[in-house]
Design a protein around this ligand. Structure first.
Ligand SMILES: *Cc1c(COP(=O)(O)O)cnc(C)c1O
Length: 479
């Protein structure tokens, strides 16, 4: 399987790239995002076989799906990496992503039982093993530089801790994460994990990452890489749980299922889109946003309008607080036909119109196709989250986190009678205790093994919001 860019690489760059080439890369050289040249179509016989396989082993289902897209790692090696990743020890149950019934036709799919209690572990844990494997194979090392306001940073650190050939430098804004999230990162004592606490806000952290990455000689000399949500391997790993959820929720492959997805950077729901393109019988992909409703606005109107920093709200579902959805370009490229003409138009929309005027509006004809792709959307607010958390606790005895509450609120609004809807549970409530206390009047339950986490010794280095300070730290391996 070869990979192409959503913006169509210029001719001199058009050497075919395999999975392991793009694994360690970020954006394509033309500024686009990598996608497979085509989506393999899963025929009825294969889907029937996978249903049986999925009932026995999530890891073996994952291997089947991944091996369609990863053709440059020997199958036995890939199987080993996948089996090492998706274990009961790491994810808490043999199902890995078990369902929890709410009411008839409405279920939660638990994606947040990995080490950091958010769905990002589903992909990041695999990425850690893939990076270690590929770097060893190439005899290379990598310094991962990232900025986080919470879930991404801790998932990355827990996936990369102790891995050969990888160091992580994770920037976070001083005093902005929840105490639990902070403790998850700062309590790590592994020598290859470096927590850099920046005297500034999240945007300052992101600006520093950009500035360091734009210093090409520095980037090359220190082999700087990222693990951000545009990484294709992360998206691919997430495709698997749509299949796993579908098989658990249905008895035969004639049934259809909808998914409601709490969305920020469009990585999670884009994986659902890929599963649907492969032929998984998905009826609706329900995009749920919070007050930062860039995506909801697009799916209602066909206009995609990037928000300014001052128009980006800090909400009680902070992992969905985005000004633009970084994976969205992938969907637009598919919507436009996934070919050379689509690449031309995608380059126009994302490379020119967004750069020049901060957004674009699709033609009526282009926008009409959105419905064929199963997408609908809705928006949820702080009051909705609190009410949904309260209602779910009262009626089902289940405490959900604020992001999952956004998904449930919108999912309930847009589900259709007769089709089961799975709401993706993207984090456990303990990560966002303040909102749970507001809704329920008491602390959320703490999963076993996380007692006293906030009291463990912390390892971090505070530094000014300066890219030079961060560069010096990377060069000296500080923190
Ligand atoms: C990252 C995250 C999201 C948003 O996922 P995207 O892939 O960015 O759309 C939603 N909920 C939680 C808890 C998250 O950590």
């Amino acid at each position: 399987m070869n990979y192409l860019s959503t913006r169509g690489l210029p001719t001199q760059e058009r050497t075919p790239r395999g999975f392991s080439d793009i694994l360690l890369e970020g954006l394509a050289p033309d500024g686009g995002l990598y996608l497979p040249e085509r989506y393999p179509h899963i025929d009825a016989a294969t889907l029937a076989r996978w249903r049986v396989l999925a009932a026995a082993s999530y890891a073996d289902l994952a291997f089947e799906i991944l091996s369609l897209y990863i053709t440059d790692i020997p199958p036995e090696d890939l199987r080993g990496l996948v089996r090492k990743t998706y274990t009961t020890e790491v994810f808490g149950t043999p199902e890995i992503t078990p369902l929890k019934a709410l009411e008839p036709g409405l279920e939660l799919q638990a994606l947040s039982n990995g080490p950091t209690l958010a769905f990002k572990d589903m992909a990041m844990q695999l990425l850690g093993n893939l990076f270690e494997y590929e770097l060893a194979r190439r005899g290379e090392t990598l310094n991962i530089l990232g900025a986080t306001s919470g879930d991404t940073g801790s998932a990355a650190e827990h996936a990369m801790r102790g891995k050969e050939g990888v160091r992580v430098f994770m920037l976070s804004p001083h005093g902005r994460m929840s105490p639990f999230q902070q403790a998850q990162m700062f309590s790590l004592q592994d020598a290859n994990i470096h927590n850099l606490v920046i005297e500034g806000v999240f945007d300052d952290c992101q600006d520093i990452v950009k500035a360091v990455s734009n210093d090409l000689p520095f980037k090359r000399r220190h082999r700087i890489g990222t693990v951000n949500s545009i990484n294709w391997a992360r998206l691919l790993a997430q495709v698997v749980y749509y299949f796993a959820g579908y098989f658990q929720a249905t008895k035969t492959n004639d049934e259809r299922v909808s998914f409601a997805v709490p969305s920020g950077n469009f990585g999670n729901v884009c994986a659902g889109h890929v599963a649907r393109m492969m032929g998984l019988p998905i009826e609706r992909l329900i995009v749920a946003t919070n007050e930062n409703d860039v995506l909801d606005e697009f799916f209602r109107t066909g206009s995609y309008r990037v928000r300014a920093a001052c128009d980006t709200h800090e909400t009680s579902s902070p992992s969905m607080d985005i000004s633009k959805a970084s994976n969205f370009e992938r969907f637009v490229f598919d919507l436009l036909g996934h070919d050379a003409r689509a690449a031309e138009r995608t380059r126009q929309l994302f490379g020119e119109q967004i750069a020049n005027s901060g957004g674009f509006t699709l033609s009526a004809e282009e926008f009409a196709r959105v419905r064929e792709f199963g997408f609908v959307s809705g928006r949820s607010t702080h009051a909705d989250r609190v009410a949904t958390i309260r209602d779910t606790h009262a009626r089902f005895g289940i405490t959900i986190d604020p992001h999952t509450a956004d998904g449930l609120k919108v999912g309930r609004q847009l589900r259709q009678p007769g089709t089961t809807t799975l709401v993706l549970e993207t984090a456990l409530p303990i990560k966002f205790a303040a909102t749970i206390i507001e809704a329920l009047g008491h602390e959320p339950e703490r999963p076993a093994g996380y007692e006293g986490l906030e009291l463990l010794p912390k390892r971090f280095k505070v530094m000014p919001a300066s890219s030079e300070a961060v560069k010096a730290c990377i060069a000296e391996n500080c923190g």
